[in-house]
Write a protein that binds this ligand. Structure first.
Ligand code: GDP
Ligand code: CO
Length: 403
């Protein structure tokens, strides 16, 4: 992999946001291939060996809810052999047990490729018990089971990744039509960690170069999703209001495809459902930007070490399932809500957000935005107790293999 050097950088306290980086070569050869004369600094090269070193440290979490099995199968195929796959499903179990079909697919994949795949169902009572024993009951609903939602699925994946002994964690949606894009995302995650100066606390977020759409019977490669444009604009305004300088540094407000070192993932607070990705940026600013007293268990260490946030533009087009207009609206509202309710958000920006939502007929201008459920960093949960409560569970057996 060969990437350009980030031109932009914005520092907010202990958080360093790097500007968008693009890919020059998807494959830049082995370490020994670099001629001395080529060692100049306009681009940075991540040779195979370094890429592989980083892939070996990575767990990839695939959240799934009622997606086509064919797509899920393609996503598995795209995840590099060195990575530990963790499937977290919230698909229905009756009248057809869709989870059973997914588990079948992931087990077969595991057998054919000789890789232990960890798979769990979000509403599994034993999993809920593990969270309860770990003292992390906030993730449970009235029935005593883990709440539905993508964010909640990602929290499960994060806990399991921590127990698997891997050092980094990446998230890849299961509704991706291009296995080649999945492979690229994993390589981009690994490249980001290879570049990271702050080894303990780094995040890599993917922005896709294009999203193919059919417009008037032709293929049209849109640059930005509608939700992304809006989220990024307001996120940049939040950064600007903090630094006093207008900026466009944030390009990945809604990045479903992103990765973190587990040390960082365990110290991140989370917002529920689809607001989880934009909230990560808000949380970093709030907690480690030097404004508020941080709550994360390892915050002193985080602040001492700096958090590096990389944003990389993938070469492959991003094609996923179309989930309808309402889905996009809910996504916009959830994203803006976490900016709106941040203590860092000035009143003028709040007003802009309300105006934006009312112009889009998502919410009346005089209506308050909903406060979304927040979760504390998982570092507060007792990992040993969590692990012990999973005893005998198929996921636990897979974890044994993974270690
Ligand atoms: P978008 O791509 O961000 O517009 O949102 P999607 O609806 O495609 O969701 C992203 C990923 O999360 C997909 O792989 C979904 O199958 C998955 N997903 C959605 N809701 C849930 C959930 O409640 N639990 C889990 N585990 N995964 C979910
Ligand atoms: Co999707």
């Amino acid at each position: 992999m060969r990437l350009d050097l980030p031109r932009l950088r914005e520092r907010l306290g202990a958080v360093l946001f790097y500007g968008l980086q693009s890919v020059y070569e998807l494959d830049s050869g082995m370490a020994a291939d670099e001629p001395i004369s080529e060692r100049w600094e306009a681009t940075q090269r991540i040779p195979y060996e370094l890429l592989h070193d980083n892939l070996q440290k990575m767990a990839i979490v695939v959240p799934v809810r009622e997606e086509k099995l064919k797509l899920l199968d393609g996503v598995f195929a795209g995840i590099p052999n060195a990575c530990q796959i963790i499937l977290v499903s919230n698909s229905s179990r009756s009248p057809i047990d869709r989870f059973e079909l997914e588990r079948d697919a992931s087990n077969s994949f595991g057998v054919y490729t000789n890789r232990p795949v960890i798979s769990v169902h979000q509403r599994d009572p034993q999993l809920a018990k593990a969270f309860a024993e770990a003292g992390y009951t906030e993730i449970l609903d009235d029935e005593g089971l883990v709440r539905s939602g993508k964010a909640e699925g990602m929290l499960i994946g994060t806990m399991l990744a921590r127990l698997s002994g891997r050092e980094t964690i990446g998230f890849i949606d299961s509704d991706n039509y291009f296995p080649g894009a999945v492979l690229e995302y994993c390589h981009l995650f690994a490249s980001g960690f290879a570049m990271a100066r702050a080894k303990h606390y780094a995040m890599v977020r993917i922005s896709w170069a294009s999203k193919p759409k059919i417009v008037e019977n032709n293929l049209y490669f849109a640059k930005w999703g509608r939700s992304s444009i809006i989220t990024n604009r307001f996120m940049n305004q939040l950064v600007s209001s903090y630094t006093g300088f207008e900026t466009e540094v944030i390009r990945t407000g809604n990045a479903g495809e992103h990765a973190m070192t587990l040390d960082l993932a365990m110290n991140m607070g989370h917002s529920s459902g689809y607001s989880i990705e934009p909230y990560q940026l808000v949380y970093l600013m709030e907690q480690f930007g030097g404004v508020e007293a941080p709550e994360a268990p390892d915050s002193t260490d985080v602040i001492r070490n700096t958090v590096n946030v990389y944003q990389v533009e993938s070469r492959n087009p991003h094609l996923h399932e179309y989930k309808g207009e309402e889905h996009v609206e809910r996504m916009i509202e959830a994203s803006l809500s976490v900016i709106y309710h941040s203590p860092l958000c000035p009143d003028s920006l709040k007003e802009d957000i309300r105006r934006e939502l009312s112009e889009r007929r998502i919410r009346a201008a005089d209506e308050e935005l909903p406060q979304l459920r927040k979760y504390q960093p998982l570092a507060k949960a007792d990992q040993q107790a969590f692990r012990a409560a999973l005893e005998g569970h198929p996921a636990e057996t897979a974890l044994e293999f993974a270690l």
